[in-house]
Write a protein that binds this ligand. Structure first.
Ligand SMILES: CC(C)(COP(=O)(O)OP(=O)(O)OC[C@H]1O[C@@H](n2cnc3c(N)ncnc32)[C@H](O)[C@@H]1OP(=O)(O)O)[C@@H](O)C(=O)NCCC(=O)NCCSC(=O)C[C@H](O)C(=O)O
Ligand SMILES: [Mg+2]
Length: 300
């Protein structure tokens, strides 16, 4: 499946320096894991984290979640070694933090191409700096060029708060304009859009609300920090039964002989156009791509 066709409802950060968390990562019911070499790993643990990652990929169980490795930025003292390792592991994706400009992604892409890393290894960009936000249009434009490998944008709300001084309120009111900008840019570039993390991982009700809002904003999924957040994220970003039933009715209505060739039909006293048919077909494809997983849905 291409990156855009895979589900990315629940994407869990797993610190590569934490063997216990890594041991769990392959069997959790999240759609993807971000195996982190960056901010979750203390400077003194970077080397050990790389070794853990190598070991993890050596034993990666069949059917495990999509695996994305987050490297340190190439400009840091760890970036080059991280990327060199990621190139050999050939994960499903490599997540670049603190992307400021398209150049950051092009440089990383060149390093993958140099080593003939297969095209299925995609790049993902964290949007978490003021420059990254201001350059979002140009960054997302890379999504239109398959050679650039860009698969998705990931909101880094913790760094955005740190870098801008914006107040982090529970309703995220000051972050929402930037989050919407990320969704809009992702759509323009044909990219997956992932919402940022919620740090209060025990606040279940608030998390459900944040997921519902992110889904309403148009995000494909949410990045997570704790396994307890997986189930609610999967539920929030899966099409509801009502939405699936409604989509099926639209598809069936357009399939009727009497509606063949029509641009507009009436269904339940509502105008339904072919653009709604396309929307319905997309929703059904999303529902089919995100079936109930047979990995454990239980909280740890
Ligand atoms: C936040 C945590 C430090 C909490 O850990 P802990 O106190 O161990 O939680 P629990 O005791 O409830 O854990 C229960 C079991 O679940 C495992 N566990 C916990 N978290 C994970 C995880 N992320 N992946 C896999 N497994 C996990 C524990 O090992 C326990 O297992 P067991 O003992 O066998 O039952 C911790 O959750 C954590 O470290 N989370 C990830 C933190 C992280 O990655 N942060 C960086 C990414 S966020 C970010 O940087 C976003 C962005 O860049 C931005 O700027 O916003
Ligand atoms: Mg960050």
């Amino acid at each position: 499946m291409a990156a855009a066709e895979k589900p990315f409802r629940s994407v869990l950060y797993v610190p590569a320096s934490n063997p216990k968390a890594l041991a769990k990562a392959g069997s959790l019911a999240c759609d993807a894991v971000i195996l982190d070499l960056e901010d979750a790993v203390a400077p003194g643990d970077k080397q050990a984290a790389r070794a853990n990652l190598k070991d993890w990929f050596g034993r990666r169980p069949v059917g495990s979640p999509t695996a994305i490795v987050r490297v340190n930025a190439l400009a840091t003292e760890w970036g080059a070694d991280d990327l060199a390792l990621a190139r050999t592991l050939e994960p499903d994706g490599i997540l670049l933090p603190k992307v400021d400009t398209p150049r950051d992604l092009l440089e990383a892409g060149d390093l993958l191409d140099e080593e003939a890393v297969p095209e299925r290894v995609k790049l993902w960009a964290m949007v978490e700096t003021p420059r990254g936000l201001l350059n979002l249009g140009a960054i997302a434009e890379l999504g239109r060029d398959p050679a650039a490998r860009l698969a998705g944008l990931v909101a880094g709300t913790n760094d955005l708060v740190k870098e801008t001084g914006v107040l982090a309120t529970p309703d995220r009111r000051y972050l929402v304009p930037w989050l919407m900008q990320i969704v809009l840019s992702a759509r323009a570039g044909g990219l997956v859009a992932l919402d940022g993390v919620m740090n209060d991982f025990r606040a279940a009700a608030l998390f459900e609300l944040e997921c519902a809002e992110a889904a309403a904003m148009g995000f494909d999924g949410k990045t997570l920090i704790h396994p307890a957040q997986i189930g609610p994220a999967n539920a929030a970003f899966s099409p509801s039964e009502t939405a699936v039933a409604e989509a099926r009715r639209i598809v069936e209505a357009f399939a009727l002989a009497e509606n063949a060739g029509k641009g507009v039909i009436v269904l339940d006293d509502r105008m339904v156009e072919r653009l709604h048919l396309a929307q319905a077909q997309r929703l059904l494809a999303r529902a089919a791509a995100a079936p109930a997983t047979d990995r454990s849905e239980k909280d740890p």
